[in-house]
Design a protein around this ligand. Sequence first.
Ligand SMILES: Nc1ncnc2c1ncn2[C@@H]1O[C@H](COP(=O)(O)OP(=O)(O)O)[C@@H](O)[C@H]1O
Ligand SMILES: [Mg+2]
Length: 688
Amino acid sequence: MAAKKPNLDPDQILQAIYDSPDVQGFRDLQWQGTFKEYLQLAMEDPAVVRHAHQRVYDMILSHGMQEYDYQKQRLIKYNFFGDPFSNGQDAIYGIEKPLMQLVAHFKSAAYGFGTEKRVLLLHGPVGSSKSTIARLLKRGLEQYSRSKEGRLFTFGWKVKDEVTGQEIIWSPMNEEPLKLIPAEPRKKLLAQLNALNKLPYKLNIEGDLDPLSRKLMRELIAQYNGDWRAVIDKHIVVKRLLISEKDRVGIGTFQPKDEKNQDATELTGDVNYRKIAFYGVDSDPRAFNFDGEFCVANRGIVEFVEVLKLDVAFLYDLLGASQEHSIKPKKFPQTDIDEVIIGHTNAPEYRKLQSNELMEAFRDRTVKIDVPYNTTLDHEIRIYRKDFTPERVNKHIAPHTVEIAAMWAVLTRLEEPKRGGISLLQKLKLYNGKSVPGMTEDNIREMRAEAHHEGMEGISPRYIQDKISNAIVNHTTTDTVNPFMVLNELESGLSHHSLINSEDTRKYYRELLGVVRQEYEEIAKNEVQRAISADEDAIARLCSNYIDHVKAFTQRERVRNKYTGELEEPDERMMRGIEEKIDISESRKDDFRREIMNYIGALALEGRTFDYKTNERLHRALELKLFEDQKDSIKLTSLVSNVVDKETQAKIDVVKQRLIQKYGYNDTSANDLLNFVASIFARGDAKE
Ligand SMILES: Nc1ncnc2c1ncn2[C@@H]1O[C@H](COP(=O)(O)OP(=O)(O)O)[C@@H](O)[C@H]1O
Ligand SMILES: [Mg+2]
């Protein structure tokens, strides 16, 4: 068949691109129209006039959510925090409750319950994802403003800029066009919009225009002898507003650099000296750049990084801005703003200022949300899986390596359980959804409730990320990173960890490393046990042998020896050897054997045969027995002495292959594991 000829006509190619939905989308985004057209649009879709808090709230909900119960807690998972923007790279795991609080804050702000007048303060230990949350909100709003359901608009004046020569002067603070309507008629219009509005809360457009728009309005109204309609028709153009941090539209970020060098103009804007030369006075808004972070962020979000490192004077500006919804640019009166103000601060900074009198004012005007570290193991593992993917790491990461590091991180964050008889490690497992004998979900809920401060201290994910990275780069002679390398990095880093300020803490964290090492021994042993006994044929043989003898035992018969052909008594030692593996006591053995035979009998009546895999306990017992038998024949411990005969090596290689094929090891890590477990067994043998 002849290959289809490629299309080489540039006109056709361009037309195809032009017709594609992506490019069609550009046109919607570039929409410009008259004030009247916008008014029409607002009637059809009143949501376009939502204020910043309402838009952020709806943006979060627009990604969907799931309600679910976990260990007697009703939780909501908002898909938004799974980071739909960059493929989960900024996904947040395991801290549903604080995230629910965060959304509740936006909700009550959307409904106008007062939280829209507060600074949202994310407070937590270093590396608890505060910046990540702020980043997500910003990304989310950028994307939402580009969607139909999240679109918003601003306006410009068809008035020539005498200095730059531009034909349109855009509202420097990207104001909502309906703010051009004077207060009284605006109220009436809002009532109409609210009647059409299908949103669960009331729309509200508060405040006056930016100083430049006010001035232009005043002048034009005078010029047209008070004819507002003429001004609007002849001089106003409306356009879609695309929120973009890069373009400094609708998103501002303030990061204190130098304590001594903070300047209010960074928040509110500064005089434009080139334009002053033209307009003569610095109080002319045409000669002012409304480009401070508060101005830039109007209609969207302003983020204050490490907000408590801000100069005190700044903090008061910030509080005023949120409380009054207004800022004061140099030489201009109070100017209304509509934006979400988010600050974040690390717990140590917050503690330092707690006794400061400023803090009283601050506490009064902020909604503080504690963002703790995650305390569930599986979630912690996912945090690191994000970074250490096979595509990024050109090395093999041995199974359980990340798990072990995550386990230690979570342990450092847990509070000692008050109830006796439960170890910290058991608590970790309970939180992680594993069952521990004697513990109910109510107990777990109580345990959570009594640990008020849990997750607000401990080792940060960043420390773990750094140490895993070190383990990957530092061992240049091997193709593999294993749990020991990471454990060693974690340990050696402790001595110069800047955030640990007491020797006791350091010592405690070291002890927890010991707990994790021990747990890894268990995990490693288990894995090798399972790999050794994963020989299904051998288990099936063992099982059928066991059943033969159990049958003879329950029917008081004898068993024919397969090799000698002679009839013999059932092999009590062999049967007990299996049963003891799952703690069937001597007094219970008759019952156990009879149950199995009854079960097999019932199956036989239906014409079915018995499969040991359907009986979990028996299966486990068989595995353990097989392992015990093979352990000696495989002579794993000979690995320790380095003298391995050919036959043993062949058997070990079979196990190794299983580790590689079924359990995710590579050659190196499988060898490491087998050697490690061999040394544990050798130690055990020596003890016996
Ligand atoms: N609960 C969590 N879920 C997912 N990632 C987390 C979580 N907590 C911390 N991280 C990760 O830890 C790192 C530090 O987070 P960051 O937002 O910079 O913390 P903070 O601003 O609180 O100091 C980031 O890589 C972040 O993705
Ligand atoms: Mg941060």
